[in-house]
Design a protein around this ligand. Structure first.
Ligand code: ATP
Ligand code: MG
Length: 359
């Protein structure tokens, strides 16, 4: 790249199960995944988003960076989980500089923990009417943010920005995908992670609801491990052979023990999703068709369970698709055929912050 090449950033997704990183390059039609890598998160090194075993995590981040041959030295990271608050609020119109001074006060109504112990940020979405405006407020506990930044810095990375995982997913799968007509309506983004899943309802590009669901892919692995007395590795590889869609297929044999073992956990996930969507629906002042959730987009490692989207679509009665970043035609892969490209939505959405505007 020449003298004027724009500085590139790594999008680094510090998951509880897997660390994932992506570096992008601009192409004529979008972005190429120039570098990517995944490396297992040391067990219990991150708890509820907070880095609790920094030494082990720092060593793993270093391995991840080595594995992917990243050339960038700065990164964007993200936060997520039950302690991270994302709220869309309507407040009196005021200048951004005025709101910045009073943001702690505004946020204190929505943040359950002390605002002094939280990092708070906001974005003005636009005027709601003559006298009020819509603002999205984000609050994250300081220990969560600081422990993540400290681990990355100890691994030799400069941290350029801290985002919200759901915003990164939306940027990578919806906002930048101009071949799909998804930005106009209301979609639910579900990031099926390891022990939790993130759920956001996005109304014409603005985040109407974000919450965390206490169900993820690990529940399925644990159920298989316990029932069949398997090692974790055996259960992981067994799970990857299952097809949840068979649970809906009357032609398939009724007796498929592993599927029967995971079914109650799939149903728990569906129940939690349904409960959240019902809550969203009940909060709508005006239930116009464009505000109803018309599509569910699954991402995260848990969404790689074959047939999960069909199962959820059937149970929820809402069209459901599982999306990888390469399903977005704006992205291409510059990786070797043997480098896996799945589960990279958060990391790719973070790396997209290299470019001023994603679209
Ligand atoms: N092929 C597959 N089939 C079924 N499940 C899978 C597959 N690949 C990965 N998973 C599951 O995905 C989960 C991990 O997903 P992911 O990598 O998105 O989590 P994470 O980002 O590390 O965690 P979190 O988002 O909760 O912090 C694990 O439970 C894993 O078993
Ligand atoms: Mg994750």
């Amino acid at each position: 790249m020449g003298l004027f090449a724009k500085k590139s950033y790594i999008g680094l997704d510090l998951g509880h199960h897997m660390l994932k990183a992506v570096q992008l390059e601009r192409t004529h039609t979008g972005w190429q995944i120039a570098k990517a890598a995944a490396y297992p998160t040391p067990p219990d090194s991150i708890r509820d988003g907070v880095v609790v075993e920094p030494q082990a995590l720092v060593a793993a981040i270093k391995e991840l960076l080595k594995l992917g041959h990243f050339t960038a030295t700065s990164a964007h990271i993200a936060v997520a989980g039950g302690s991270v608050v994302v709220r869309n609020v309507r407040i009196p119109k005021m200048a951004e500089s005025t709101l910045r001074k009073s943001i702690k006060f505004e946020a204190s109504r929505y943040v359950p923990s002390s605002v002094e112990e939280s990092y708070i940020d906001f974005e003005i979405l636009g005027p709601a009417d003559e006298t009020s405006m819509d603002v999205v407020i984000v609050a994250a506990p300081k220990d969560l943010v600081e422990s993540r930044i400290a681990a990355c810095e100890a691994a030799g990375l400069e941290i350029e920005g801290v985002d919200v995982e759901a915003f990164a997913i939306h940027r990578a799968l919806v906002e930048s995908n101009d071949e799909r007509d998804w930005s106009g309506g209301t979609v639910a983004l579900i990031d099926v992670g390891s022990s939790m899943s993130g759920l956001s309802v996005v109304q014409q590009g603005s985040f109407a609801m974000t919450r965390s669901i206490p169900n993820g892919g690990n529940m399925l692995t644990e159920a298989l491990t316990n029932y069949f007395k398997l090692t974790r590795e055996q259960a992981e590889s067994g799970k990857a052979q299952l097809d949840a869609g068979d649970l809906l297929d009357a032609e398939k044999p009724k007796e498929n023990p592993p599927l029967r073992v995971i079914q109650p956990h799939l149903d728990d996930l569906v129940r939690e999703v349904r409960r959240s969507l019902n809550y969203y629906q009940s909060q709508l002042a005006e239930a116009t068709p464009e505000r109803q959730v018309s599509l569910t987009i699954l991402s995260g490692g848990g969404s790689q369970l074959v047939g999960l989207s069909s199962y959820m679509e059937h149970k929820l009665g809402i069209k459901t698709v599982a999306q990888e970043v390469l399903d977005n035609p704006r992205f291409t892969s510059g990786l070797d055929a043997d480098t896996p490209c799945s589960g990279l939505a958060v990391a790719s959405g973070l790396a997209l912050r290299t470019f001023a505007k994603a679209a």
